[in-house]
Design a protein around this ligand. Structure first.
Ligand code: GLU
Length: 297
């Protein structure tokens, strides 16, 4: 019998068009592109634009210009998340059918206020890996009929994952294979800790999906075998692995790479204009100089 050819690895760079790309994005895009090329694999770009309030078409255009200037080439058509909202809705429905999500009307401000009241009593409230106070879980314990009424009430609400219930469905630990490193040097087989995030939001009141839900749905649909991204998303992988297990999605290999820090020693942000790829281009510097500057040859 003929032996089927080995599957080609599939890499992706998944920017959100809510600002200009900076040198950290350049590093991510170049590593993905170069690894795909070296492995005879595919390199895809995905536009993560579910947050319609912050994403703009001119940023999307700028992303493609910057990546082309860097000398990267990618497959077309490019997938745009806003074209696939129904798929994220279907994934959410599946989790609803499993009884794993619940409507949550508490706003960020209300959560902050509830946590402040608690902390005024002298006790520290748990924080997620990004330092945000965990959702207190008030609405999780409402009866099914009250949850249903809340969902139908017309009030703006998010859908949250009951993480403890979701995790309890699996006997052993949920793991992933890390070929890069986490913030504390974690590498190899990693035990996911989704509870560190509390009951994450899977669909927001002002956006029909969340980053976590759409990223796992798309990585699966696009056949991504290697997720290569900045170390700032290392801890989010715990949520992604839980969602992949719940939705029966395949498990990619994860590689979290170093971050490029600004002169102040902090992670770059899209508002750091001077560390943008566009500013670098405008200053007459070359793609080779940019590669040298961020340490990729
Ligand atoms: N869209 C995310 C960002 O711009 C990246 C998502 C990912 O690589 O998983 O930070």
């Amino acid at each position: 019998m003929p032996v089927p050819p080995p599957a080609r690895p599939v890499f992706r760079f998944a920017p959100s068009p809510n600002g200009l790309l900076h040198l950290g994005h350049a590093l991510s895009a170049i590593i993905n592109h170069d690894r795909a090329a070296a492995a005879g694999g595919r390199f895809l770009i995905r536009i993560e634009d579910i947050d319609r309030t912050r994403c703009r078409p001119e940023f999307e255009t700028a992303i493609f210009e910057d990546l082309a200037w860097l000398g990267l080439s990618w497959e077309r058509p490019v997938r745009r998340q806003s074209d696939h909202l129904d798929l994220y809705g279907a994934a959410l429905q599946r989790l609803r059918d499993l009884g794993l999500v619940y409507p949550s009307v508490m706003t960020r401000g209300e959560i902050k206020a509830a946590v402040a009241v608690y902390e005024a009593g002298g006790q520290a409230w748990p924080r997620d890996p990004d330092g945000t106070a965990l959702y207190p879980g008030h609405e999780r314990d409402l009866s099914a009929s009250r949850q249903e009424a809340l969902a139908m009430s017309g009030r703006a609400h998010a859908w949250r994952l009951d993480v403890a219930k979701a995790v309890s469905l699996f006997a052993g630990p949920i793991t992933w294979r890390e070929t890069g490193a986490g913030p504390a040097g974690e590498t190899g087989l990693i035990a996911a800790d989704p509870a560190a995030w509390g009951d994450v939001v899977l669909s927001r009141s002002d956006a029909p999906s969340s980053y976590h839900l759409s990223v796992v749905v798309d990585d699966a649909l696009q056949g991504i075998t290697h997720v290569v991204r900045g170390r700032d998303l290392y801890h989010a992988t715990s949520v992604h692995r839980l969602l992949q297990r719940l939705l029966d999605l395949p498990e990619p290999v994860y590689h979290h790479h170093r971050l490029i820090l600004g002169p102040d020693g902090r992670k770059l942000s899209k508002s750091n204009g001077d560390t943008g790829i566009a500013a670098f281009r405008a200053a007459g510097r070359s793609p080779a100089e940019l590669r040298a500057m961020i340490g990729v040859q």
